[in-house]
Design a protein around this ligand. Structure first.
Ligand code: BGC
Length: 582
């Protein structure tokens, strides 16, 4: 028997000079039957605080084999998370790697290799022995150790060959299933005919600090991620989380006010973002693609609802002046975006809010400002989400922004009112271009929340409106049946929109259901609560409106519970008016 344990600076060769490499070569030609023999080279190709990548070269020094199984045992609690060119399984400390159809055959002296990513707790010793097809390659203890002071941050570039499945996907939704929240699913399934949609993926809203740990009656973040691992099986799976707890949350709408006061930025950081980041960084979850949609309805308020605008609120002025929305979002993006398998998508409003020239550019700038605050950089932003929990139609087919009637542009219609966009798809694509122009990565992708923008059912126009005036033309043809584009609470007549799907259109990573259909946007009347939620009259069907909705009726359904609570009547209506129909 002979053995060598060279240490190589492989990473220097890969350009990853901050990460030391460790290799052990272990071989034995005599163990077991005279015809069996093997040599194994197990190389740690990179390592950071809790993770590592490894490459294993298996050489058959015995008689030819048609397939192989390599076994080893970890001494320090290491965990294999993902592999390639072998099927890896782990039970306790024992790992088995089985050959694939294409690399099982090994002639005498033949070798093959496979790789994997794993997690460790600080010590990452190379396994002492390996068995090939049940025969020990080496029984001795391996004295080699990985670097004692591993670098604290992940390597700047992932290993190049072959691509580890743990590296960031351009579009995380491509080729992946999406997590079905069992809690939402159960509520949907309990509704008459709800089983038609109960298996759809929806967002998991971390809308208060207590949502992180959960309670006896509700799943916490770890519960969801553990359930996600089960749903994942052998494939890829996206989990959709909503980061939603800014200080002074929702300064322009009372229904979703939050638990943190305008100045509680430190609490936001240390009791909300930090604990979430700690859980997401658990190596156990490294194989999940975690999409975080970051702070719905926050930053654009600093553009549209501050002094100088007719829709200003005192609370939005406070949040602009104290900078805590910008700081909070920057902190969240930086912390969460530093985790290799987290994909940040920042909220970018919807066309009925930011689609006007006065709002679009300044909003893109504010988003950039937040993405460069508190240590964040635009590279921490994978994309943006639009229409979250809103009702704007995905595509208005019956008119286009360039149309005119009798020489008058549809932009002059009451409904469009000089907006640049008629629908969410065109807005998402236009906003994407704008965001790239202010400095976001050219590869950013957009998500569109289509949970409640179907507008199907009997009232859906079959074709364009009469070309007698721009108003008749637009109002007769539009799918979005809201009384006013600015209405947002529990809208009567709405339906489920496009089912969640990956890469549906240029620049769009996915249609998603982030707002779980059936969860209220806000109570129709004052309901005392301990969540900080106020009563917003936009949720009261008798309200006659304000400057933000052209002083129109609110269009809200009656008898709604607090935001986030189950609202059966709304769920039934959403199913009835689904488009595509169920
Ligand atoms: C509420 C949250 C809720 C979410 C999803 C928001 O409007 O404020 O509490 O989790 O909607 O339903």
């Amino acid at each position: 028997m002979s053995r060598t344990i060279p240490r190589t600076a492989l990473l220097a060769a890969l350009g990853l000079v901050t990460v030391a490499g460790t290799t052990a070569t272990v071989f034995d030609t005599t163990a077991g039957a005279a015809t069996a023999g093997c040599k194994v080279e197990y190389r740690i190709t990179n390592q950071w605080n809790t993770g590592f990548g490894a490459n294993v070269v298996v050489t058959n020094t015995g008689d030819p084999v048609a397939a192989w199984t390599l076994e080893w045992t970890y001494a320090n609690g290491q965990q294999v998370t993902q592999g390639w060119n072998a099927t890896l399984a782990q039970s306790g400390a024992a790992v088995t790697a089985k050959s694939m159809s294409y690399n099982g055959r090994l002639a005498t002296g033949g070798s093959t290799s496979f790789g994997f990513n794993g997690s460790h707790n600080g010590t990452n010793a190379i396994p002492a022995t390996f068995k090939l097809n049940g025969v020990t390659c080496n029984g001795a203890t391996d004295p080699s150790q990985p670097p004692t002071t591993p670098p604290t941050s992940p390597p700047t570039a992932p290993p190049t060959t072959p691509p580890p499945s743990g590296s960031q996907a351009d579009n995380p939704y491509a080729g992946a299933k999406v997590y079905v929240n069992p809690e939402w699913s159960a509520k949907a399934a309990a509704e008459p005919a709800g089983s038609r949609v109960a298996d759809q993926p929806t967002g998991v809203w971390l809308d208060r600090i207590a949502a992180i740990t959960g309670s006896a009656g509700s799943m916490g973040l770890r519960d969801h991620l553990d359930a996600a691992l089960t749903q994942k099986g052998g494939g890829e799976l996206v989990v959709q989380l909503v980061i939603y707890n800014l200080p002074g949350r929702d300064c322009a709408a009372l229904a979703s006010n939050g638990e943190l006061g305008p100045t509680e930025i430190d609490k936001y950081k240390t009791q909300y973002i930090d604990p979430i980041a700690a859980i997401l960084a658990d190596p156990k979850y490294a194989g999940l693609r975690i999409v975080t949609t970051v702070e719905i309805d926050s930053l654009p308020n600093l553009v549209t609802n501050v002094s100088g605008r007719p829709t200003a609120t005192a609370n939005c002025d406070v949040m602009k002046a104290n900078g805590n929305y910008i700081k909070g979002v920057g902190y969240a993006l930086n912390k969460l975006g530093s985790i290799a398998n987290v994909y940040n998508y920042v909220d970018a409003g919807h066309h009925g809010w930011l689609g006007w020239d006065d709002n679009l550019g300044p909003s893109a700038e504010i988003l950039k400002q937040a993405a460069t605050a508190e240590g964040s950089t635009p590279s921490k932003v994978h994309g943006f989400i639009v229409n979250t929990a809103n009702y704007s139609a995905l595509k208005e087919d019956n008119f286009k922004i360039g149309d005119s009637v009798n020489g008058t542009s549809v932009r002059q219609s009451k409904w469009i009112d000089w907006n640049r966009y008629t629908d969410e798809l065109s807005y998402a694509q236009g906003m994407r271009t704008k965001l790239v122009s202010v400095g976001f990565d050219a590869g950013i992708g957009m998500l569109i929340d289509t949970s409640r923008n179907g507008w199907g059912g009997a009232a859906r126009p079959a074709g364009p409106g009469a070309p007698t005036s721009v108003d008749a033309y637009v109002d007769g043809g539009r799918y979005d049946r809201r009384i006013h584009l600015g209405n947002w609470c529990n809208q009567a007549g709405a339906g489920l929109g496009e089912r969640p799907q990956a890469a549906p259109a240029a620049g769009i990573d996915a249609y998603v259901w982030i707002k779980p259909p059936g969860e209220s946007d806000g109570a129709s009347r004052e309901i005392p609560n301990d969540e900080g939620k106020g009563f917003d009259r936009m949720c009261d069907p008798t309200y006659t409106g304000n400057a933000r909705n052209g002083n129109s009726m609110s269009g809200a359904l009656p008898d709604a519970p607090l935001s986030g609570q189950w609202f059966s009547a709304q769920f039934q209506e959403l199913m009835k008016n689904a488009h595509p129909a169920l």
